[in-house]
Design a protein around this ligand. Structure first.
Ligand code: SAM
Ligand code: DTB
Ligand code: SF4
Length: 324
């Protein structure tokens, strides 16, 4: 059963299960919906870096924080396609293009659509993350063939105002809804380790799991340390078992969604990543670079997947909704 009526009380109770029970429940649902040995891969490219007018307290790219990240212009389509070819050659299935914008300017739309068409023609799935979109912009990207749009809500509705003041959770949810209505698949998740309480992490997932339909993919990021941003002062290391409980809860609340173990893998042991896959994570970013921070080297990921007997394949939910 795919449910969109989860309550906080239900989510808290699942989250608090004894570890073995929680992992068993998550793994059973994972197996009912996906091949548990398959992992999806996406590669990221920052097509427009830094100088962003938003003040997200975790982000190296905000013009409000002094982080040493240099602002660049929107890349040319050829440069983007060259990076997409390299990503494909190194095993990526999806190419995700990110821009440090509050929202795209209409004058950029032609080039963005060219990028989507070009990346699709290479046989890669396409994803973009460009900030807020108008319904017209959604329609243009859809017509160009955009498969996914990433737009994270990042934390709980209660904690959101502590993280960003130039936009609200409602703004984020509005764009997510526009994207869904426009027929583009939604990628929406959050960040752990920004000083939020356990309750906020659960509320983040309940917010996603009670949307009109679950995001197609749910990135779980660990906050990546950035010198010079406000979150640095209140960030806390995420206990590995706390991470596992959140991955498992995401899998249980949204059983047919792809859960991506996103930022923060460089600091994780192989054993912790393997446990995250058991808890229901079935997607990773591959390639040495995320947007402005690092990611494990490709050979390290290949070695890890080989040791676990896992293979790279599109994480497609099984059509049948099986009982636990
Ligand atoms: N500007 C667009 C937006 O905000 O949607 C797209 C780019 S933005 C950098 C994409 C996502 O990266 C954010 O929503 C956040 O979840 C994640 N992110 C940014 N900085 C991060 C950090 N230091 N650690 C972990 N995740 C981070
Ligand atoms: C997501 O949830 N994580 C990715 C992607 N969506 C765009 C971004 C992670 C960024 C980590 C910090 C950086 O590299 O600047
Ligand atoms: Fe800009 Fe996105 Fe970074 Fe916020 S998260 S400052 S919107 S690039």
């Amino acid at each position: 059963m795919i449910r969109t009526d989860w309550t906080m009380a239900e989510a808290r109770a699942i989250h608090a299960l004894p570890f073995a029970d929680l992992m068993h429940r998550a793994q059973s649902l994972h197996r009912a919906h996906f091949d548990p040995n398959a992992i999806e891969t996406a590669s990221l490219l920052s097509i427009k870096t830094g100088g962003c007018p938003e003040d997200c307290g975790y982000c190296s790219q905000s013009a409000h924080h002094d982080t040493g990240v240099k602002a660049t212009k929107l890349m040319g389509t050829d440069e983007v396609l060259a990076a997409a070819r390299r990503a494909k050659a190194s095993g990526a299935q999806r190419f995700c293009m990110g821009a440090a914008w509050r929202s795209p300017k209409d004058r950029d739309m032609d080039r963005l659509c060219d990028m989507v068409r070009g990346v699709s023609e290479l046989g890669l799935e396409t994803c973009m993350t460009l900030g807020m979109l108008s319904p017209e912009q959604v329609a243009r990207l859809k017509a160009a063939g955009l498969d996914f749009y990433n737009h994270n809500i990042d934390t709980s509705p209660e904690y959101y105002a502590q993280i960003a003041s130039t936009r609200t959770m409602e703004d984020r949810l509005d764009t997510v809804e526009q994207v869904r209505k426009g027929g583009i698949k939604v990628c929406c998740g959050g960040i752990l380790g920004m000083g939020e309480a356990e309750e906020d992490r659960i509320a983040l997932l309940v917010t996603l799991a009670t949307l009109p339909s679950h995001p197609d993919s749910v990135p779980v990021n660990l906050w990546n340390e950035i010198e010079g941003v406000p979150v640095q002062a209140r960030a806390q290391a995420v206990d590995p078992f706390a991470l596992l409980r959140i991955v498992a809860l995401a899998r249980i609340l949204m059983p047919a969604s792809v859960v991506r173990l996103s930022a923060g893998r460089t600091g994780m042991s192989d054993e912790l990543q393997a446990l995250c896959f058991l808890a229901g994570a079935n997607s990773i970013f591959v390639g040495d670079q995320l947007l402005t921070t690092g990611n494990p080297a490709a050979w390290k990921d290949q070695e890890l997947l080989a040791r676990l007997g896992m293979h790279i394949a599109p994480a497609r939910a099984r059509p049948r909704v099986a009982a636990e």
